[in-house]
Design a protein around this ligand. Sequence first.
Ligand code: NDP
Ligand code: OXD
Length: 309
Amino acid sequence: MTLVLITEGMDAQDWRRALIRVAPEIDVRIWPDVGRGEGITFAVAWNAPEGVWAALPDLRAVSSAGAGVDRLLADPDLPADLPVVRLVDERLAGGMAEYVLLHVLRIHRRLAELQAAQAERRWIGFATPDTPSTTVGVLGLGAIGSDVALKLAAIGFRTIGWSRSHKELHGVETFAGSGELAEFLGLCDYCVCLLPLTPDTAGILNAETMALLPEGSHLINAGRGGHVVEADLLAALDSGRIASATLDVFATEPLPPEHPFWHHPAITVTPHNAADTVPLSAAAQIAENYARLSQGRPLLNLVDRGRGY
Ligand code: NDP
Ligand code: OXD
């Protein structure tokens, strides 16, 4: 049995070193160096190029090299019955929590105003913003969203969360299903999207749902670009209904130079690096799933391909 790394946009050598460290017995190849593909049973994939799957006739499972599987599942050539697993990793959740806390606090504590005042040597006075009366809502309470919500609550924000099924999270008020989305959105001073991109969540942040957010609320999207209807977001920002948007993910990545998001005064753009995979942290679960596959045991973090996450 052999494992292949198809990690476009990630450092495959870094992955190989990490895997060798945790499981030196695994025979690791790096795409496209796979010969006739025989004996390759497990793939670790990110942005797999066209033609890969047909070149791996013995493949029995694929792991996303990240948390998200939207791009992998959208590949029309991915064999329909191939089991897909994904990463659930504390460094991914930790990185995302840093990102969300950074941007919520940047806005909450009015950092841009403070920096502008300092540049002009102006002593501006404003009271410390009140954290408990500020509501941060997290869309998606999975491996990443629940960790983020717990950390926001620990800082003292009123924290609410929305997921498909009902969740119990200490210090977090939870909402579930499409029937409770409007009530949830109506409370969000900050709306943080950490959903997976699926047929049900595509375009979930649109004119209709953004109109439910309180006037002057702030949007943070680190889920996927496809969650936001970009023209609707621009209209909501231009009308002042939404005060700011912090965006890590986009419909087209890299964000094209001519895209209006780059220079919009109310938008902060980051280059899809809220929480990059750390191979050294993630390698153990790849090795575990590889071992399980070899032994015919159930795989961990199996994706429900019908549901899309
Ligand atoms: P999980 O699968 O663990 O969690 C997904 C959450 O979304 C669950 O709470 C799920 O509800 C909820 N959800 C899914 N569909 C719906 C729906 N239709 N209605 C309501 N809730 C729904 O994913 P992760 O937390 O690991 O990752 C989330 C996403 O974050 C990834 O898919 C990826 O797109 C993004 N990401 C972005 C990164 C970046 O750098 N920008 C880095 C890593 C991830 P339930 O619990 O009830 O199933
Ligand atoms: C992921 C990502 O899904 O980095 O892991 O976007």
